[in-house]
Design a binder for this molecule. Sequence first.
Ligand SMILES: NC(=O)c1ccc[n+]([C@@H]2O[C@H](COP(=O)([O-])OP(=O)(O)OC[C@H]3O[C@@H](n4cnc5c(N)ncnc54)[C@H](OP(=O)(O)O)[C@@H]3O)[C@@H](O)[C@H]2O)c1
Length: 257
Amino acid sequence: MTAPETKIPDFPGIAGKRVLVTGASSGLGVHFAQLFATQGAQVTAAARRLDRVEALCDRLVSEGHSAVGLQMDVSDAGSVTAAMQDCAFDIVINNAGTTASTSALDHTVDDIDAVIDTNLKGVFHVARAAADGMIRKGTGGSIVNVASILGKRVAGQVSAYAASKGGVMQLTRSLALEWARYEIRVNALCPGYIETELNSDFFASEPGQALIRRVPQRRLGQASDLDGAVLLLASDLGGFMTGADIAVDGGHLVSSL
Ligand SMILES: NC(=O)c1ccc[n+]([C@@H]2O[C@H](COP(=O)([O-])OP(=O)(O)OC[C@H]3O[C@@H](n4cnc5c(N)ncnc54)[C@H](OP(=O)(O)O)[C@@H]3O)[C@@H](O)[C@H]2O)c1
């Protein structure tokens, strides 16, 4: 079973808006940048690898969309402030992330720092810089933090990652509470296992196939499976949603104990 091919309607409140997608040099971030560009948004695609986001933006512009690249290391608060100080975004897809896949005892201090600095502190830095701009502009906005089903349940070998994503979910609720007065909505998207070029080899292997058999829908997600949820949270259709989280996981969270 694969993801259904569906033409996506225009979601209200996206066209013409300034949308920042972090982690847009590979995987889901590339997909989100394309998705918002095709919805008519002015996309800023950010990552450390500027050549990659610029190549993506060149392609999107050649297809008639609006997109610019931005270099930013989300784990470095100074880099985030410098990159975002002259920007005012309406929508932020806080997607940059990294992982370390060893037992907790084998995580190095550098592994722990990299995962927490990128996934949790990075989301915090970007959200605060974005909220500064939204508050200055006075028109509010929507921030979608990309967490994970590992923010809700655990698996082996990813302790720092699961902790970071659990932190992102609680941060999402805190920011939603504090920023509702500025009409800034903050929600979390919790993908299950989504196939990207980086993990496709693993999912083709026997351990990967065994993992897929534990997903009630018996398939991996495709990036396009996230479209409905991310557009709902970002658009005016989600206008009364803040502090919420949406899992998109083929039922993985309700797999049988
Ligand atoms: N794929 C899945 O199955 C899945 C499931 C649940 C949640 N997620 C979450 O979805 C998000 C995207 O994952 P993905 O699978 O697309 O991963 P990916 O292909 O490895 O992409 C990660 C992106 O994050 C960027 N990034 C990493 N560290 C950064 C830093 N310090 N500063 C700025 N950008 C940084 C990378 O760009 P540069 O290296 O160029 O900076 C890259 O563009 C992550 O938050 C991940 O945890 C993924």
